[in-house]
Design a binder for this molecule. Structure first.
Ligand SMILES: Cc1ncc(C[n+]2csc(CCOP(=O)(O)OP(=O)(O)O)c2C)c(N)n1
Length: 388
């Protein structure tokens, strides 16, 4: 058994300086210690997949990251680990608990995930080893993890059995809930016709300051952005559907640059919890643009349920400072001007037409290269942020 402090100390000496995750009872001492340490940034996520995407954003902004989760929640991480971390070669240290470990009686819901946990990590080509049991093991385990992560740019996992870390009380500073933000509905109805996604993206490109980072959601949004302009500050999230806003949060918490997330309605609905986490952490430099065409345009135009969803009211209720709904280019421009001028987080919910540009390219820059140049773009601006 080790102490949580031992873990944190060795992790810090190895450069790990940003944590995210979702609790598990096996993790309690470690997560309690991380939460109670004002020098260790921690973002509690609404799902383990969100935690992985937040950590990926933090890594792009210069952090070395740890994600802590239950092995049951490893299931929730499969999508971002395989379609974000793997293609973009984004490392993260995973601390995954081992509920349902063979030979140890546990609850029925862990009976299948327990035995397959190491195999699932192997299947995802994530190097893994048991969570270190003593301080000397801790140092060698971290050295191994860092060597693999640095060399191959892949996640590495410690699999944590019950009782690995000595008890630690929870000393969590109460977090004041965010005040509800202002919601402004500028929709004009059916006339004039709604703009296309490409028209709105062209405005974004024309209006954003040069120091803004831009993250485009999965599917045709990123393809259109790339076709309109390819710049080092663009991150085309080809996989991890729903993860753009979580990635944007991880970036925004670790840079002073404006961070613009171009989201889709299908993607935002897939991970609505991200909006609550953004509202709670309130990064003032984040602008979340929801390109709502009412359909899964990228896969053939199948309807989403967005027509009945007021994303702006959700965002306002979750603590975004200002959330606007627009359905014309002129109002979009006005909303973006305001968002760039005032502290956020902001949401601009654009009600758009479905459809995409006729000659649509695909990012020809390899994801790994997209990640490295985006990271380099942000590099000049790494800030020391701790819990405020
Ligand atoms: C987890 C996951 N499920 C499904 C898909 C397939 N897929 C790719 S893009 C897309 C539609 C995204 O819809 P939306 O966010 O509304 O953006 P739009 O295509 O309308 O621009 C889907 C379903 C995927 N890439 N990942």
């Amino acid at each position: 058994m080790i102490r949580a402090d031992d873990f944190l100390l060795v992790a810090r000496t190895q450069g790990f300086d940003f944590y995210s995750g979702v609790p598990c009872s096996f993790l309690t001492p470690l997560i309690n210690r991380v939460i109670g340490d004002p020098a260790t940034p921690y973002v509690g996520a609404t799902s383990e997949g969100e935690a992985v995407a937040i950590a990926a954003g933090a890594w792009l902004a210069g952090r070395q990251t740890v994600v802590m989760c239950q092995n049951s929640g490893l299931g929730n991480t499969v999508n971002p680990l395989t379609s974000l971390n793997a293609p973009f070669r984004i490392p993260v240290l995973l601390v995954v608990t081992w509920r349902g470990q063979p030979g140890r009686p546990d609850e029925p819901q862990h009976a299948l995930m327990g035995p397959i946990t190491p195999a699932l990590l192997d299947l995802m080509q994530i190097p893994n080893r048991p969570f270190p049991e003593s301080v000397p093991h801790l140092m060698s385990a971290f050295a191994d993890a860092r060597a693999v992560m640095d060399r191959y740019g892949v996640p590495f996992a410690f699999v944590m059995a019950q009782g690995a870390v000595a008890d630690e009380a929870l000393r969590e500073a109460p977090r004041a809930p965010p005040s509800p933000g202002m919601v402004v509905d500028l929709c004009r109805g059916v006339v004039p016709p709604r703009p296309t996604r490409a028209a709105v993206l062209a405005c974004v490109l024309a209006m954003l300051p040069k120091d803004a980072a831009v993250i485009a959601t999965t599917g045709k949004c990123g393809r259109e952005l790339f076709t309109l302009a390819d710049r080092v500050q663009h991150f085309y999230l080809v996989g991890a559907m729903g993860g753009a806003s979580a990635l944007g949060l991880g970036v925004a918490l670790n840079t002073t640059r404006p961070v613009v997330v171009l989201d889709g309605d299908g993607a935002a609905l897939m991970r609505m919890g991200n909006i609550a986490t953004i509202g709670a952490h309130g990064p003032c430099n984040l602008i979340h643009i929801l390109l709502d065409n009412g359909v899964h345009d990228s896969t053939g135009g199948q309807a989403t349920v967005s027509a009945g969803v007021s994303f702006a009211r959700v965002a306002g209720a979750c603590g975004y400072t200002l959330a606007s709904v627009v359905d014309t280019v002129t109002d979009f421009e006005e909303a973006l001007r305001q968002a760039l001028a005032q502290p956020g987080p902001h949401m601009i919910h654009g009600r758009l037409l479905p459809g995409s540009m006729p000659k649509l390219g695909r990012p020809t820059v390899k994801p790994e290269e997209v990640a490295r140049r985006f990271k380099d773009f942000l590099k000049s601006d790494v800030v020391e942020k701790t819990k405020g």
